[in-house]
Design a protein. Structure first.
Length: 259
């Protein structure tokens, strides 16, 4: 494994004043980690996945500039509620690791408040996750689109799979719990060999708690129209119940919990 050197954060920059670009925030239950959660969607992502339902989060300029203190102030409005509900805070995107200093500082502040923290990421920028960031992360929701380099490139249009696999191993080595996310897109990620490749890899990660097989949907199609962009999956139908069952079985056959 290639060693990664992480730059230290300058001591003269107060963590609370670190700036980030936040697209939006919301609450969810049982979707973005355990319990009811405050979910902050950070702006900016290096990938252009064909099935992306949030093209409005691709660029950091699309978000609202906030300090760490700004976002933590919003989180604290929900603090009592999410603690009682057994939830926490999830940083999603976009891709939160495109803003690693901001992400690390927010996660650290949440940890200091006694809030469970989750990082929702593709892992493509996993090398940017400093030990400090991971020390403040209780759970990683890791989206593994494919293990096959050609399929991964076809899905993301811009990325390579190696950084995600390297990041997954790093998480497992650190003992960080992982929920795997795998989007099932007919004609794109549903090939049995492709699913088997992901399942075989995930089965080697000791800290994976479950695999979420997420059925493709077209709920974000209107965003492409509003942005004047072609929608790559306009002719793709959601997976059938039978296809979902087959793919989930490929994971459970390897001793994994699949939903």
């Amino acid at each position: 494994m290639t060693a990664v050197a992480w730059p230290s954060r300058p001591s003269y920059v107060p963590a609370g004043t670190v700036l980030g670009s936040v697209h939006s925030f919301d609450t969810s239950t049982g979707v973005d980690g355990p319990g009811t959660r405050f979910v902050a969607f950070l702006a900016g992502c290096p990938l252009r996945c064909r099935f992306c339902h949030s093209p409005d989060t691709w660029y950091q300029r699309s978000g609202r500039t906030m300090t760490v203190d700004d976002l933590v102030t919003e989180i604290r409005r929900y603090e009592r509620f999410i603690k009682v509900a057994g939830g926490g805070v999830t940083l999603s995107g976009g891709e939160p690791l495109q803003q690693p200093r901001f992400t690390a500082a927010v996660l650290r502040r949440c940890t200091e408040l006694g809030l469970h923290t989750a990082l929702d990421t593709s892992g493509f920028l996993g090398d940017r996750a400093t030990p400090e960031l991971l020390d403040a992360t209780d759970l990683v929701l890791l989206d593994i689109k494919s293990r096959d380099p050609a399929t991964y490139r076809r899905v993301t249009r811009t990325g390579t799979v190696t950084p995600t696999l390297r990041f997954a191993h790093r998480l497992a080595d650190r003992g960080i719990p992982i929920w795997i996310r795998s989007v099932l897109v007919p004609g794109l990620t549903d090939d049995p060999a492709n699913v088997a490749g992901v399942a075989d890899f995930v089965a080697t990660l000791a800290t994976v708690q479950r695999v979420e097989v997420l059925p493709f949907h077209r709920l974000g199609a209107h965003k492409y129209r509003e942005l004047g962009l072609p929608y790559p999956c306009a002719d793709t139908e959601p997976p059938t119940p039978e296809l979902l069952a087959r793919v989930r079985a490929q994971f459970t056959d390897r001793g994994l919990v699949a939903r």
